[in-house]
Design a protein around this ligand. Structure first.
Ligand code: IPD
Ligand code: CA
Ligand code: CA
Length: 257
């Protein structure tokens, strides 16, 4: 299944690259939340291919099937994770596909066609970047840790969410090496998996933002929890905390709900 999925994301990657370099039709789903015709077309192609090859799975997809079907044996798709980057030609954007069997992570693929970076993992078999095994960093020191985060779209309208972002930047920035906000949650998780970042946190992520990256990070030796350091539930938890495992407790202790 993983090889077929890689063929499918590579096929969708051609459309992604074409769109990245073209004029786009932009619609707003919310104050800040963009969607282009390429989000919809890439998603359509991915759904068509996945439903014809993997008939035992239902599909949950951001733009068209985001509240259909029971989560169980499921393929969860984000056709473009990092649409704001895609629209502005910032090369941090990706196709993310997470496959679940009986609600357990089975396969994760995050493909950035612009930088030609394909992260993949299958449960129990390690995590890979372009076919090479990757591993989280071994840094245990929070002060030298590079941390990534994201700013939820809801911060435009929800003062609590904006306050959460500012408050936690104030708390964490002085204590770590620095903070990055590159604009694609799936790639953020993969960059922790690849040892680039030591940690990552964000609120209000959706299952399609993280469905693939969680497995890739765990298979690379990392950890994902909610802000109470408990097992992360991508459907219900407000806060996602990810790390190399070594700085996890510190990151949790500095975060304030
Ligand atoms: C977004 C990106 C971004 C994160 C947002 C997500 P989208 O996904 O992952 O990094 O900060 O919360 O919604 O909208 O580009 O698919
Ligand atoms: Ca997304
Ligand atoms: Ca998206």
């Amino acid at each position: 299944m993983i090889n077929k999925l890689i063929d499918i994301v590579k096929e969708a990657g051609s459309l992604f690259k074409e769109g990245y370099n073209s004029e786009k039709l932009i619609e707003f789903k919310g104050g800040k939340d963009l969607v282009t015709q390429y989000d919809k077309e890439i998603e359509k192609l991915l759904i068509q291919r996945c439903s014809s090859f993997f008939k035992d799975f239902n599909i949950i997809a951001e733009e068209s099937q985001n509240n259909t079907g029971e989560f169980g044996n499921s393929i969860i798709i984000d056709p473009i994770d990092g649409t704001t980057n895609f629209v502005n030609r910032v090369p941090h954007c990706a196709i993310s596909i997470g496959v679940y069997k009986e609600k357990k992570s089975y396969i994760g693929i995050v493909y950035n066609p612009i930088l030609n970076e394909l992260y993949s993992a299958k449960a129990g078999e390690g995590a890979y970047l372009n076919g090479k095994l990757i591993h989280v960093s071994s840094d245990e020191n929070f002060q030298t840790s590079l941390i990534s985060t994201g700013f939820p779209y809801t911060g435009a309208t929800n003062k609590n969410d904006l306050d959460w972002v500012i408050k936690n930047l104030q708390r964490i920035l002085p204590k770590c090496q620095d903070i990055r906000r590159l604009g694609s949650a799936s790639i953020d998780l993969c960059m922790v998996a690849n040892g680039v970042y030591e940690g990552y946190y964000e609120i209000n992520l959706k299952p399609w933002d993280v469905s693939a990256g969680i497995l890739i990070l765990e298979e690379a030796g990392g950890k994902v929890t909610n802000s109470h350091n408990l097992k992360y539930d991508m459907f219900n938890d407000r806060c996602t905390v990810a790390s190399n495992g070594k700085i996890h407790d510190k990151l949790i202790s500095y975060l304030e709900d």
